[in-house]
Design a protein around this ligand. Structure first.
Ligand SMILES: O=P(O)(O)OC[C@@]1(O)O[C@H](CO)[C@@H](O)[C@@H]1O
Length: 307
């Protein structure tokens, strides 16, 4: 079973406006939705849709935390959260005709004691894999993630900021940076595919067994102990990119969980992510049609010369 841990969940508010208002003017939203969110929670949402067993845990508080619990229950997504004193945050995405703006709150202040409660929750669920996703709320540092990795026999996967990737020192089965996080984690440029391969190789040398880097319209690359390859993005009408990285990760993990080879896992992730960017916010589209597009994802290996 894959247990996802979201230490700083969010209610995602997505609004559509024709254009951003000038100062002092009111923009009338033409579309709005609220979804339970946060990176680990999103991974669980997509895993359920992909038919992979998962439980979502993390730290939630107050009425927005309640909204997340209820929203997941309504979507038949199993959860086992730790209640905290603070209030879960509200993050906002504003979509205009041709642009996407995202505003994320820092989140409530959390004490290190919440991690003790969380570790008991993780152990009780007996996961094979633990996915820690998203930012840390004020009061916690990278040590909280290392503690989760070291607390049991499970494999730990991280989808966290580049600065965190640079700090973590427990053992990790996989990490999933985006291009900016890859650059921040390694201090390397990541403009070209070749530079991205070099940065990914550095992360592997630092102890991340597999690295999956999401590169937006440039697709994604994966490096494993035996291989490296690139998956091209599918042509899609993009509504917004919120949840793209989470769905890529869910697709990869779902395929690995059923024993698929790494190449197939990256293809699956890319097909799922291409489907998810075609719907607003972190809405969960039916993903059975993503399975049909896996064969359309082309995979290639890097030129000899890059590490
Ligand atoms: O502030 P963080 O934790 O880095 O990211 C949180 C977040 O932007 O990530 C998800 C999309 O990946 C959203 O559901 C959520 O609002």
């Amino acid at each position: 079973m894959i247990l996802t841990v979201t230490l700083n969940p969010a209610v995602d508010h997505t609004v559509g406006v024709d254009s951003l208002p000038e100062s002092g003017r009111v923009a009338r939203a033409n579309d709005a939705r609220i979804d339970p969110g946060g990176k680990g929670i999103n991974v669980s949402k997509y895993l359920v849709e992909l038919g992979t067993e998962t439980v979502a845990t993390g730290l939630v508080g107050d009425f927005l935390g309640e909204f997340i619990r209820d929203g997941l229950a309504d979507g038949r997504i199993e959860s086992d959260f730790v209640e905290i004193d603070g209030r879960t945050r509200l993050n906002t995405t504003v979509l205009t005709e041709d642009a996407e703006f995202k505003i994320n709150h820092a989140g409530p202040t959390v004490s290190e004691r919440a991690i003790d409660d969380l570790l008991r929750t993780v152990e009780r669920n007996e996961p094979d894999t633990v996915v820690v996703g998203g930012s840390l709320p004020p009061g916690l540092d990278s040590d909280a993630i290392d503690r989760i990795s070291r607390a049991g026999e499970w494999e730990t996967v991280v989808d966290v900021g580049g600065d965190r990737l640079a700090e973590l020192d427990a053992s990790y089965a996989l990490c999933k940076p985006n291009r900016e996080e890859l650059a921040a984690a390694t201090g390397q440029p990541t403009r070209t595919l070749e530079e991205c391969y070099d940065a990914v190789a550095q992360l592997r040398e630092r102890g991340y067994d597999r690295v999956v880097a999401s590169l937006g319209a440039d697709g994604a690359i994966m490096a494993t102990p035996d291989d490296r390859f690139h998956a091209a993005a599918l042509e899609t009408d993009v509504v917004d990119t919120v949840g793209a990285g989470d769905s890529l990760l869910a697709g990869v993990l779902s395929a690995l969980d059923r024993g698929a080879p790494d190449r197939e896992a990256l293809r699956t992730g890319m097909a799922v992510a291409s489907r998810v960017v075609s719907v607003p916010g972190t809405d969960i589209p039916p993903l059975d049609d993503a399975a049909g597009s896996i064969d359309r994802v082309s995979i290639s290996s890097p030129e000899v010369g890059s590490r």
